[in-house]
Design a protein around this ligand. Structure first.
Ligand SMILES: [Zn+2]
Ligand SMILES: [Zn+2]
Length: 166
């Protein structure tokens, strides 16, 4: 077991280029970055006991806009991966846009931005302080080639800043 730093949350590890994440929240293994915590806007843990590729996945409810269909899904906690498992309900088809809810409180996750494909990009958090900089995001269009993979919110925000020249 590795010794935990006394400084805890105030230390940051560079995980991908210039992106910094609080130590303890992200595990680096074999060139991959794996999330160990994930929260909805009300602070419920989204980490599931269901494993994907040997790692505990992140659980969400996907619904359609009318709330008529509801699917229980677990996605890979590995950054830049988009593997997922459907636990309950019928899988949405490629190209469909879903509304993403917390499986606990059914609160819709916050929307960070709009993807190039036109669908909302959802955000979730890796600390209970719900800091946007330490969030993760993914496009809500199933199979979106632009950004259905899990990404750091810092990457997305930087992309927006670059694009608009702020
Ligand atoms: Zn919740
Ligand atoms: Zn998209």
């Amino acid at each position: 077991m590795s010794k935990k730093s006394d400084v805890g949350d105030t230390l940051y590890v560079p995980v991908s280029g210039e992106i910094m994440m609080p130590r303890d929240k992200v595990v680096a293994r074999g060139g991959q970055f794996i999330l160990t915590e994930a929260y909805c806007p009300l602070g419920h843990s989204l980490i599931s006991d269901v494993e994907i590729g040997g790692h505990k996945g992140i659980r969400f409810i996907y619904t359609d806009r009318d709330g008529e269909r509801e699917t229980d899904v677990v996605i890979s906690p590995v950054i830049h991966k988009c593997d997922k498992k459907v636990l309950k309900g019928q899988a949405f088809k490629k190209g469909e846009t879903v509304t993403v809810l917390c499986p606990d409180c059914k609160t819709e996750l916050p929307i960070l931005s709009t993807c190039e494909c036109g669908a909302p990009v959802y955000l979730f958090f890796i600390d209970k302080q719900l800091h946007h900089n330490y969030g993760h995001s993914f496009c809500s269009r199933i199979g979106c080639v632009k950004s259905s993979r899990l990404r750091f919110s810092q990457e997305v925000l930087r992309g927006i800043l670059n694009e608009h020249g702020f």
